[in-house]
Design a protein around this ligand. Structure first.
Ligand code: FES
Ligand SMILES: [Fe+2]
Length: 483
């Protein structure tokens, strides 16, 4: 049995017990206390634009149908039939007015309400035996959106999403609100890596230090305009609210020139200037920092970069949103979306997608470089020797806690939170400190719900208008369930 108090104490002083990257006991605690409480990204509204559109997403072992119901409301239903617990919807995405369980045929409207219960009268004696009224698929305890990003929390007492994101919203806007229309997503590409989920989150949060080493070959082949990956130390890392990230320092210029420098066409620049606050524009235009990778605690990352997409000097920016979905202590499912401003010209969208695929996604060159390290680290963390090692994650601090590089002043960096230039592990520590905070709090409360007894899930006002039997599947009806 591990002394978790000692583990958390070491983590808080920046000394990381190596085994936390491959330990079943730690993972059990993460499941219960971290993923049972934090706000977690599940989808973007643009993935389900029309009534009936749905995607099926997981929060560890819990499957959710994230759908837009007939009235346009976004919902996340726990994907478990109220009868015997079968998974109601087995397709990954689609459009359905109803979901019908494959086992005994109970069916549900896309707002979650039960609508069809075969032989209700014969089997249960009707409402007297099984109260159908007010029964619905269990909703996610909390659901909220920001810039179209849909988050859920399994904790009914979770703080509001806005509070959870805090000032990280300022930085999230660069990736997800380049115009009033926001982004549209392509994907996700999904694949599994034999690595612990925390490593990716830490890397994207602030690991500028690995770029010159891990990604040397990407720089050598000229994918980037800058000939030296070492230039990363000139960028700033920032932390704000529950997230943080890295930036590149751009050559002198104003906002327009710097956005053009990374490859944005003027019409997109004009929309960005209208969509962003003066402060958001200042970080780029006045201070010269362009956002790059970032992580939102616990397991969502974002990346913005601008490789060459052809044999010329021209570069083109892309955005990717990615989630490190834990499967176990040593396996992670990566979900990687390409994101682009919905109002961008079609030609830009096509080239930006190409730029994304070259760098990230299942075949991306950066992705391959990174993952080889993460798998190897995870393997090594499983052994007994790893239990004797406290990794030093104090980069950027002298032994007495004095900072190697001073915090940037508001005149040097207009964004909220704290920012510094140079190599450091501030953000990795911020991430793991939050991880420690969650691991030491008790599991959130969870009420149980009785099905069909009148003490069911939150009763709905409207009487289900369904019949005694499940609706018949009509050939070619696109609104029928494809579960
Ligand atoms: S388990 Fe779904 S209808 Fe029986
Ligand atoms: Fe990397």
């Amino acid at each position: 049995m591990t002394d978790q108090t000692a583990v958390l104490r070491d983590v808080r002083r920046g000394m990381i017990p190596a085994h936390i990257y491959n330990d079943s006991e730690t993972f059990a605690l993460e499941k219960e206390r971290l993923f049972g409480r934090a706000w977690l990204f599940v989808a973007h509204e643009s993935e389900i634009p029309a009534p009936g559109d749905y995607v099926v997403r997981r929060v560890l072992e819990d499957s959710f149908i994230v759908t837009r119901d007939e009235s346009g409301e976004i919902r996340a239903h726990f994907n478990m039939c109220l009868h015997r617990g079968m998974q109601v919807c087995r397709a990954e995405m689609g459009n359905a007015s109803h979901f019908r369980c494959p086992y005994h045929g109970w069916s549900y409207r896309n707002d979650g309400r039960i609508v069809g219960l075969p032989f209700h009268q014969d089997a249960y004696g009707g409402e007297a035996g099984f109260r159908r009224k007010g029964q619905r698929l269990l909703p996610a305890p909390n659901l909220a959106t920001y810039n179209g990003m849909i988050f859920i929390s399994l904790d009914p007492d979770a703080p509001p999403l806005e509070d959870f994101l805090g000032d990280f919203r300022f930085y999230l806007d660069y990736y997800t609100r380049q115009s009033p229309s926001g982004i549209e997503l392509r994907g996700p590409q999904r694949w599994r890596i034999k690595a612990n989920w925390k490593i990716g989150a830490e890397n994207f949060a602030g690991d500028m230090y690995h770029t010159p080493q891990t990604h040397t070959s990407v720089v050598e082949i000229g994918l980037f305009r800058e000939p030296k990956a070492e230039k990363r130390k000139d960028g700033a890392t920032y932390w704000a609210g529950n997230g943080g990230g890295t930036t590149y320092k751009l050559p002198p210029g104003d906002l327009d020139e710097r956005l053009r420098y990374v490859g944005y066409p003027q019409e997109m620049i004009d929309r960005m200037k209208a969509a962003w606050s003066p402060q958001q524009s200042q970080v780029i235009g006045r201070d010269g920092f362009m956002i790059s990778a970032a992580s939102l605690f616990p397991n969502l990352s974002l990346v913005h970069n601008w490789p060459r997409v052809a044999d010329s000097e021209a570069v083109l920016p892309f955005i990717s949103i990615r989630q490190w979905q834990p499967i176990s202590e040593n396996e992670t499912e990566v979900l990687s979306w390409f994101a682009v401003d919905a109002e961008a010209p079609e030609e830009f969208k096509a080239l930006s997608y190409k730029a994304y695929l070259m760098c990230f996604g299942s075949t991306g060159m950066f992705e391959q470089d990174d993952v080889e390290n993460w798998v190897s680290l995870t393997n090594t963390a499983a052994g007994s020797m790893a239990r004797r090692l406290l990794l030093n994650s104090r980069m950027g601090l002298l032994e007495d806690g004095v900072q190697v590089s001073p915090t940037l002043t508001p005149d040097e960096f207009a964004g909220p939170g704290t920012a510094r230039t140079g190599y450091s592990e501030y953000n990795q520590r911020e991430l793991l400190n939050r991880w420690a905070d969650h691991l030491e709090r008790p599991q959130p409360r969870a009420a149980t719900v009785e099905v069909g007894t009148g003490h069911g899930p939150d009763s709905c006002d409207a009487e289900p208008a369904g019949t005694d039997t499940a609706p018949r599947r009509s050939e070619g009806d696109p609104k029928e369930t494809r579960s």
